[in-house]
Design a protein around this ligand. Structure first.
Ligand SMILES: C[S@@+](CC[C@H](N)C(=O)[O-])C[C@H]1O[C@@H](n2cnc3c(N)ncnc32)[C@H](O)[C@@H]1O
Length: 399
């Protein structure tokens, strides 16, 4: 659909999974010395980088830590205050599910893998996100990697982690979605389109969608994996969570090369109904032109109230791509200036840690999220030249 991008161009968009590993850090400012036997390695941390953790001698945010591990090598069960995973009893241990996750090619299937890794973040923060499918969608390997990341973060005694960033991001999308639906005219039906849906399970976990038609758009491969996992659960005798949405349609399309909007309409999307669009973790995987055309297309082609929720990387965040062996393209330091030019009338930008993007999870006033959000976005780097990396949470209206 984005005319300038060829199929081979799209292949080059496929990112490494590294950024999601980098996201998945766990906030942990303090833990008992005795726990060090479970977390024996030490490493250093960089500052002024939202995708990494900061290290502080003062410890303000205490997370009570306990572990159920029987021995030092057993990380299958981990309980850190309210953060917990028990991999030994998880549905992701089903052989058929493991085979599906194992079928992903580490080189070629980076996008699908990123979707699973994002689900792993939700699995760890399930006490606030309540995602009944996060573990099984994430899969054993990605959950274990996340636990290893947690292990390393604990060793660093970080004030914040990207794990908490993932949780806050998801909760921010949930909150903005709920608010937008509440503002819509209740006499008409509503729609929610998840563009780059990946392993998103909102249709199963959000009762506020009971009056909504939900559409999940992603690559054929990602959606096939998702449906195969659900099918494998059924075949193994596991009960699927009840659908909360009024309806759910999956639309296989490459946003960069296919006429995804036409496919969406064929699947039942109606341009005249109020719609919330969720672009969570998507835009920076698209080339600049494609990302902007996609946003503009939504604004121009939807005839009723249209809300787009999206996260944007600022420019310096995309420079992490090389370090993380991934590919990021689109970025904007000023979505509030860009989006009106693409057809959006109201734009609100938030940052992790802001009052509407906190959810009681970013408590340490000295952590990087709070430090960076208080610095003007005009300031690109600190006095030593270290860039301020930001993830901007953006709500925009077009109608
Ligand atoms: C990091 S994941 C986020 C998934 C989901 N939104 C979430 O938050 O859990 C990015 C998703 O965007 C999808 N994606 C990226 N580029 C795409 C494209 N050109 N067409 C369709 N899907 C794309 C990937 O397949 C992947 O599922």
């Amino acid at each position: 659909m984005c005319q300038t991008l060829s199929i081979s161009g799209y292949v080059s968009l496929i990112p490494s999974a590294g950024v999601f590993a980098a996201y998945m850090l766990l906030a942990a400012s303090q833990f008992p010395a005795g726990l060090s036997r479970f977390f024996p390695r030490l490493s250093t941390a960089k500052s002024h980088d939202l995708f990494r953790m900061s290290v502080g001698k003062e410890q303000h945010h205490v997370i009570a830590v306990e572990t159920n591990a029987d021995n030092d090598d057993d990380m299958a069960q981990l309980s850190l205050g309210k953060l917990s995973l028990n991999l030994t009893t998880s549905q992701c241990q089903l052989e058929s599910i493991k085979r599906l996750h194992d079928s992903l090619d580490p080189e070629k299937d980076y996008l699908e893998r990123s979707a699973c890794q994002t689900a792993a973040g939700r699995a760890l923060w399930n006490h606030v996100i309540h995602d009944p499918l996060a573990e099984v969608f994430a899969g054993d390997v990605f959950l274990r990697r996340l636990l290893e990341k947690v292990q390393r973060d604990l060793e660093k005694k970080g004030r914040e982690t990207a794990g908490v960033m993932m949780a806050v991001r998801t909760l921010w999308f949930d909150a903005r979605l709920a608010e937008a639906l509440a503002r819509f005219n209740i006499t008409t039906g509503h729609q929610v389109v998840l563009l780059g849906a990946g392993m998103d399970a909102r249709a199963y976990r959000l009762p506020i969608l009971n009056n909504c038609s939900v559409f999940e758009v992603d690559s054929a491969k990602a959606l096939h994996l998702k449906e195969s996992i659900l099918q494998a659960m059924v075949e193994a005798g596991e009960r699927l969570p009840a659908l909360q949405a009024e309806s759910l349609n999956r639309v296989a399309a490459d946003i960069a090369t296919d006429d995804w909007f036409e496919k969406l309409k064929v699947a039942g999307f109606e341009v005249h109904l109020p719609t919330v669009w969720i672009l969570e973790g998507l835009l920076y995987y698209l080339q600049d032109v494609c990302a902007m055309e996609t946003l503009k297309f939504i604004a121009q082609n939807c005839m009723n109230e249209t809300v787009v929720l999206a996260d944007f990387m600022n420019e310096s965040s995309t420079h992490l791509a090389h370090e993380l062996k991934t590919h990021f393209y689109f970025h904007s330091d000023w979505p509030e200036e860009l989006l009106p030019n693409l057809g959006f009338s109201q734009v609100k930008v938030s940052q992790i840690g802001d009052p509407d993007a906190n959810f009681g999870l970013i408590n340490d006033e000295l952590n990087l999220f709070h430090q960076i959000r208080r610095i003007s976005r005009h300031v690109k780097a600190d006095v030593d030249g270290k860039p301020y990396r930001r993830l901007l949470l953006v709500e925009s209206w077009a109608s």
